[in-house]
Design a protein around this ligand. Structure first.
Ligand SMILES: Cc1cc2nc3c(=O)[nH]c(=O)nc-3n(C[C@H](O)[C@H](O)[C@H](O)COP(=O)(O)OP(=O)(O)OC[C@H]3O[C@@H](n4cnc5c(N)ncnc54)[C@H](O)[C@@H]3O)c2cc1C
Length: 262
């Protein structure tokens, strides 16, 4: 570690001003502190969102479940409202990392970070969520822009995320056994507008699988995906899995997710 300034504002406006002045947001620290220790990040000022009231919590609003950016993974997993309305989202949160990570890590931190193997981005995309920031709202389809890259502008903070309540949904993750991040994770949802399938872990950023969505429209069964070919082109290859293996996993895990949802 090295020296840095620490500030703990009490409002979103104060936090945004501190970030505009060059600070970096600190949420649960589960990614940021590790990257600082590894000297992959060297912010001069940390802007801790932990003391801002109103940034955590879960509420139902019409056909949406709105979750504050600072809501911890364990609080999403244990929320009666999430369990009753989007059980797949509660189950996803309960599978993130280990108990310690779930006790500190936040939804806003995970979604802002957009790690290619993170779980929440697949739920944001499959559940047609809306990302609320201190400046605007951003549709899920416009939010994730590439590896660790999102539509957030400098000085823009996520304040909450609103998830559409699906008719049915499931998240299935084939875990990287050491970290429990997704080697491949698939979130499937049947919304009023039709099925959505989001894949994480397989490519440089989370993405929707259009061929699967087409196949599931009107036939929401695992068998409907039998004829969908998944190409390895552009998929990640690393010491854990080749691109071909990940392509195979995308199909198998998607079929398991559809079976779980149905
Ligand atoms: C051992 C281990 C296992 C893990 N396993 C999994 C897993 O299985 N699945 C999974 O999905 N994740 C996993 N994670 C990651 C975990 O979910 C982190 O909590 C998450 O990536 C970051 O959230 P955080 O609140 O800790 O954010 P921080 O580390 O505090 O911040 C992360 C980044 O987001 C920015 N940021 C934070 N909050 C906001 C905001 N409200 N607005 C704008 N920018 C913001 C920060 O500036 C920083 O750049 C794991 C982490 C560890 C250490």
């Amino acid at each position: 570690m090295y020296n840095f300034e620490y500030t703990s504002p009490s409002s979103v406006d104060e936090a945004a001003a501190a970030v505009a002045a060059g600070g970096q947001v600190l949420a649960g620290g589960q990614t940021l502190l590790a990257t600082m220790k590894q000297r992959l990040a060297a912010p001069e000022t940390l802007v801790d969102l932990g003391k801002i009231s109103g940034l955590s919590g879960v509420k139902k609003d019409g056909n949406s479940i709105v979750i504050g950016a600072m809501t911890r993974h364990m609080d999403v997993a244990n929320s009666d409202v999430v369990q009753a309305n989007i059980p797949a989202l509660a189950a996803l949160a309960g599978q993130i990392g280990d108990r310690q990570v779930r006790a500190r890590g936040t939804m806003g931190g995970s979604v802002a970070n957009n790690d290619p193997a993170a779980c929440y981005p697949s739920a944001v995309l499959a559940l047609n969520a809306t990302v609320h920031t201190n400046k605007r709202t951003i549709a899920a389809d416009d939010f994730f822009q590439g590896m660790y890259t999102t539509a957030l502008e400098d000085g823009e903070l996520i304040t909450a995320i609103a998830f559409e309540i699906p008719k049915r949904a499931a998240y299935v993750k084939f875990k990287q056994p050491a970290s429990r991040f997704a080697m491949v994770g698939v979130f499937v949802a049947e919304l009023a507008s039709g099925p959505r399938v989001a894949i994480t872990g397989a490519a440089s950023s989370v993405y929707r699988q259009a061929d699967m969505e087409k196949a599931l429209a009107g036939n929401f069964t695992a068998a409907a995906l039998d004829g969908v070919a998944v190409s390895a082109k552009g998929l990640n290859a690393d010491l854990h899995a080749s691109a071909d293996y990940r392509a195979q996993l995308v199909k198998v895990v998607a079929q398991r997710a559809v079976t779980a949802a149905a």
